[in-house]
Design a protein. Sequence first.
Lengths: 272, 306
Amino acid sequence: MSAVTVAGETGTGRIGWALADSWTMTRRELAHWARQPVQVVVGLVFPVMLLLMFNYLVGGGRGVEGDTTEFLVPGMLALTMAFGLEGTMLAVTQDLGKGVIDRFRSMPMVSGAVLVGRSVADMLQSVAALAVMIGVGYAVGWRWHNGTAAALAAVGLLLLLRFAMLWVGIQLAMVAGRPEMVQAVQILVWPVGFLSNVFATPESMPGWLGAVVEWNPMSATATAVRDLFGNPGAAGGTWASDHAGLLAVAWPLALTAVFLPLAVTRFRNLDN
Amino acid sequence: MHKRYGDKRALDGLDLTVRRGTVHGVLGPNGAGKTTAVRILSTLLRPDRGRVEVAGLDVCAEAREVRRRIGLLGQHAAVDEELGGRQNLEMFGRLYHLGARGAGARADALLERFGLADTGRKPVKQYSGGMRRRLDLAASLITDPQVLFLDEPTTGLDPRGRAEVWGAVRSLVGGGTTVLLTTQYLDEADQLADRISVIDGGRAIADGTADELKARVGGDRIDVVLRDAARLREAAALLGDGVVVDEDRRRLNAPAQDRMAALTRTVRALEEAGIEAEDIAVRRPTLDEVFLSLTDRTRDDAEVAA
């Protein structure tokens, strides 16, 4: 009767299917980019604009001993990764409002593939954003001083933070549900972003505020990345700043460990 | 099927049996539980209680197997609006694991079949309502499903889009596909369905062919609008049994099983009594009347015994 039938499933075939479905969903996101090149460019230019603004106009780097640009650039890289949360959230809320998710969920595909597609696309976008930011940073005088391996490790830590924020963003999007809620988050990320050591050292802040700032996951990544790049950073002397490398790994892993399973489960039971 | 959302019982023991290879209409007003039922049947939602089988498979325990055998056309276009028609169908084909080439060929065949072959790369959001629904339907048919769910497939479409979708659904019937169609429109169920279940408050309140249901409602009705409201009672007496009087609209409504004869009889009776009518028409019972009649709510209305 049927002209087309769906192939059966076996153990090894299932992993292959999961990969194939994830790739199909990644292709979907890439196709969206191809349709909206302007949005993609704006997404890449916005953090660059912030970097230039803080470097030349606002004059970040309060309390830094050394080159403020060298202090600011790694901080901005961490900030860009953390703010990636917004992009993920927006994309997921927009997607969930559409009927196409119902179709995906009524198909025999691997249910997590939609989220994997989202995460691969967002990570690719973040790699591109980092490349552009590093290029612009180099142009404005920022350098890495500890060799390629350490620099690559720094990029790895930045992407790890982005990966964690991805799952936080997916979960928040599903909890918030509506694109209007994303606006609220888009405003709230700013105080959270500034409650970090991205623009100023914790030592330059009132004691209690400095302590809060030091434990911000973004601060841990910024400090660890500054160390790896050989850029000026925190004066040290507190547990959090002395163990920034550990925290820069532990924070994202902890966030991912909490939010990834939450997000996948929530997506699977979207309606219930 | 039972399903509740908080305090609200969306489905309150809905029981449906659909014969293989037929079109079954589920008719009901907004909030009757139609969409909830379809979402459970298409594995998107879990029932609280009850046993639900699609194509002989349990929708909870064997969801994935069910998904391989069904197609779903929801109330809102379930396609990616940013992408083109072919891009959409190819993507769904890949997700059904037809392979890159197979998915492409299937997409082309379906675009051809639904008259969308020349849409090119145009994103779906620029399609007309009817085109979007046809693409949606094409996407539901990628693997020639055994069971196809159509949830209010023509709600929000203009008459032309409606005719397009009806045509497409008709072309499926006879291909052996079992179709479950929900609708708010009696004429849609009438046109497309072999059997109809009327649902209200989350349960089936009637079941039968379109003719059987209409017979239960009492068939066609005659509407008479008078010029002078003062003569409504007098005219009602002329119209015979089962007259409903609507004072506000100066309107009478009565059964008219024999259609033309009823029309002639009424015109003549009014003329002889010297009662002037503004409008007289014989029409099918509306969905409202089907409901009112089936749920016995007519008793609450101003009903006048002749």
